[in-house]
Design a protein around this ligand. Structure first.
Ligand code: NAD
Length: 518
């Protein structure tokens, strides 16, 4: 009942922009259990990338409002950490049910603000939902250890305790999944949380927060502040925030890693990628080409685990023609259209950047086998669309190879041998993921053993692990040492306390020597 009073306008609002609406709605912050309008002097437009319509406006939260959010989280912490773990789990149990019930609403919001197809938006939500389901078993995940009788009458045990106020900073490309990687794990461990969604698509975070509160999350346990660099810097600098979870680009990630660490915080920072798919000539042709298309062009290439680089080994290069044919058949249009395969990229600036990187490939001598830059999508002429693009004959020194493109662009390279392909991948600075397509078990095993990337796919194009494992990017794709979700995620949001107890008659003699096992 209390929830109904504080409900923000998002769940009841039609996700389709109304023609009668003169002013787009302002996205609210969530502070201490209430959705509140910001007193910010500046707002940014949240733009539908398929139409350029302004969906809403997001505030650059004031410092006072930010402080109020942290203070609400700090105040909520003592009673939330003392709430039985079973009660905290039950909130997640209800939360996952509410997410399922609101899937369509969430997906429509994601497609409207982010551009990905509705089907892909469902996948975005579902992969986050799985983390919520996993958090329902937190009592087991958070269990401590016990060794009886470490000395006569003395036992030692360890407890995993929450940290206090934690914060999360999100990217634009998975508006539901990434917030759900963060706060469900943090709060079920007993922490309270301040979330900073991406300023480009904040709507899904707001809807999820409404649902979490409806599920029974007490006031102040989850707070949302919108904004950009200043809000992020305030999070890094705040003395009451104990841990920061970040996902996004390397520029922001390394800045946050350094700035928050200078304040003694723990940080997990998932960053950029350049994921390679190695194709051996013995691979199944159809399955491999379909996997390359799905992982290269799905979500218009805006996935950190997109397979953006193909390394054809030996004569598998001859499959390029078929790849082009199939890529041409993909339907590029607004994500709400039934038959859409890929939607627009997030912004005009992103489109310009991607087009510039494609051109740099051409200028550096790569062959543009398929050019999606000048695509016009009927009915959505203003959208930031780029059609599937394929660059061939790319070499490691080219800018289009060195930079993360983050668009629907497949960069194709050639290797004369399998060893050469492995060498190309290992020399790349990123280490998020790599996949191999082969029918040879020996080759697959060699790949698994020798590749320096955190997530390996063997005939699997986007090997993002489910939440009983962790998301394990490495090299320049990750900074920190405790990964997102899975066991490492629980470790990240908890600290260990070790208790040594003695229950026996107190010895009568005094010894000042270091205690040893007796
Ligand atoms: P981004 O770094 O531009 O933004 C991410 C967040 O950081 C946003 O909330 C933004 O407001 C903030 N931010 C941006 N620049 C900042 C700065 N200079 N100082 C302080 N804060 C700043 O990233 P994006 O464009 O939203 O997302 C795309 C990137 O995220 C890609 O590089 C992609 O590979 C990466 N990503 C990685 C993973 C992973 O798990 N490794 C997952 C998804 C996305």
């Amino acid at each position: 009942p209390q929830f109904l009073g504080i409900r923000s306008c998002w769940l009841s609002m039609s996700p389709e922009p109304s023609t009668h609406q003169t002013k787009p709605p302002k996205v609210q912050n969530l502070i201490g259990g209430s959705f509140v309008d910001s007193q910010a002097s500046s707002y940014l437009d949240v733009i539908n990338p398929a139409t350029q319509e302004v969906v809403s406006q997001v505030p650059l939260t004031t410092n006072e409002e930010f402080k109020a959010a942290v203070s609400a989280a700090k105040q909520a912490y003592p009673s939330w950490r003392n709430t039985p773990i079973t009660t905290r789990q039950r909130v997640m149990l209800k939360f996952q049910e509410l997410i399922r019930k609101n899937m369509d609403k969430l997906a429509m919001n994601i497609t409207t603000e982010q551009g990905k197809t509705l089907k892909d938006a469902h996948g975005d939500i579902f992969r986050g939902l799985e983390v919520v389901e996993h958090a329902c078993g937190m009592a087991t995940l958070q269990m401590g250890e016990y060794v009886p009788n470490v000395s006569n009458g003395v036992d030692t045990y360890s407890l995993r305790e929450p940290l206090g106020v934690c914060a999360g900073i999100c990217p634009f490309n998975f508006p539901a999944m990434i917030p759900l990687w963060m706060f469900p794990v943090a709060v079920t461990c007993g922490n309270t949380f301040v979330l900073k969604p991406s300023e480009k698509d904040p709507g899904a975070s707001v809807i999820l927060a409404e649902l979490a509160m409806e599920a029974g999350l007490p006031d102040g346990v989850l707070n949302i502040v919108h904004g950009t660099n200043d809000t992020v810097n305030a999070i890094c600098d705040d003395d009451d925030i104990r841990a920061v979870s970040f996902v996004g680009s390397n520029t922001a990630g390394m800045h946050i890693y350094a700035r928050a660490a200078a304040k003694g915080k723990r940080i997990q920072s998932n960053m950029g990628a350049k994921n390679h798919g190695v194709v051996l000539p013995d691979a199944n042709v159809d399955a491999t080409l379909n996997a390359l298309l799905a992982a290269g062009f799905g979500a218009a290439g805006q996935r950190c685990m997109a397979l953006s680089t193909v390394v054809f080994v030996g004569n598998s290069k001859s499959w390029e023609d078929k790849l082009i044919e199939r890529a041409k058949a993909l339907k590029v249009t607004c994500g709400t259209e039934q038959d859409a395969d890929l939607g627009p990229v997030i912004s005009k600036e992103a489109k310009e950047r991607i087009c510039r990187l494609i051109q740099s490939g051409v200028d550096d001598g790569a062959k543009l086998l398929l050019d999606g830059r000048n695509i016009v999508v009927p009915g959505y002429e203003k959208g930031n669309f780029i059609g599937p693009t394929i660059l061939s004959g790319v070499t490691p020194d080219m800018e289009c190879y060195k930079e993360e493109i983050f668009g629907p662009v497949l960069v194709c390279m050639e290797a004369n041998s399998f060893d050469e392909a492995i060498d190309i991948i290992n020399r790349n600075k990123y280490g998020n993921g790599a996949a191999i397509f082969t029918t040879s078990g020996a080759a697959a095993r060699k790949f698994q053993m020798e590749i320096e990337a955190g997530q390996i796919g063997i005939n699997v194009p986007i090997p993002v692990p489910l939440p009983f494992f962790s998301f394990t990017g490495n090299k320049a794709s990750f900074a920190g040492d405790l990964n997102f979700y899975g066991k490492a995620g629980v470790d990240f949001f908890t600290q260990i306390k070790t208790v040594t107890q003695q229950w026996k008659d107190i010895p009568t003699s005094v010894s000042l020597a270091m205690p040893t096992s007796q």
